[in-house]
Every structure is written in structure tokens, then in C-alpha cells.
Design a binder for this molecule. Structure first.
Ligand SMILES: [Cu+2]
Length: 126
């Protein structure tokens, strides 16, 4: 009798613990990418960002604007800026959130006016 009760109790406790583990999502991180380095190079800084679904990436205008952020691949393509839109003033920024269903992989992005100058970057979703 007591043995059975113990088994039921431990099963219930395990179920509660498992639920608590699943129900507490990882804390979303927020990363910032400067557009135009502090030393006035036409680059993203950092040019490689590793993120997880739910994270936000803030593209912050820094030096040598105008800049923008363009992705070739979905799901980021439709979240990024239109090629004709620009961040003009140093305080302008553009933030995207990594979709929950974003597949793991590497997604390249670039700044349309400065792609030829090498202003490209990689977003790595893990
Ligand atoms: Cu640019």
C-alpha cells in the first residue's frame, strides 16, 4: 500500500518537474550590431552574430551612414529592411527578432549601399 503510494507520489513529482523544465523558456538575449565601425570602416561590428530563436538583434547606425540590412533568405528576408529604405541618422536603429521556427543555419546579410565595399555579415542561428 505505502509502496504504491510512494510510486504514485514520485510519478507526480516527476511530472511537475518535467513540466516546470519545459515551461520555463530560455531567456532571450539581445545583441547589438554596429553599422560602420568605431574606426570608420564600412563594416558591421561584429560581422558574425550567433543567436537562438527569440533573441533580438539591434542593428545600430554608428558611422558612415546611410546603411540598411538586407537578407537574401527567409525567414529573415521579410523581417529585414526594404533595399530602398535607409537608416540615415546616427541614432537610427532597426531591430529584428529571430522567429521561433527559424531553422538552424547560417544566414548572410548585407548593407545595400556598401555591399561592394564588403559590408556583409553572418547571422548564425543555433
Ligand atoms: Cu552601409
Amino acid at each position: 500500500m505505502f509502496k504504491k503510494l510512494g510510486l504514485i507520489l514520485s510519478t507526480v513529482l516527476f511530472a511537475i518537474a518535467a513540466f516546470a523544465f519545459v515551461a520555463s523558456p530560455a531567456v532571450a538575449a539581445s545583441k547589438t550590431v554596429k553599422m560602420g565601425t568605431d574606426t570608420y570602416q564600412l563594416k558591421f561590428d561584429p560581422s558574425e552574430v550567433t543567436v537562438s530563436p527569440g533573441d533580438t538583434i539591434k542593428f545600430q547606425n554608428n558611422n558612415l551612414p546611410p546603411h540598411n540590412i538586407i537578407f537574401d533568405q527567409e525567414p529573415f528576408k521579410s523581417l529585414a529592411m526594404e533595399p530602398t529604405k535607409m537608416l540615415l541618422t546616427p541614432s537610427d536603429s532597426y531591430t529584428i527578432t529571430v522567429p521561433d521556427d527559424a531553422a538552424a543555419g547560417t544566414y548572410t546579410f548585407f548593407c545595400a549601399p556598401h555591399k561592394g565595399a564588403g559590408m556583409t555579415g553572418k547571422l548564425i542561428v543555433q
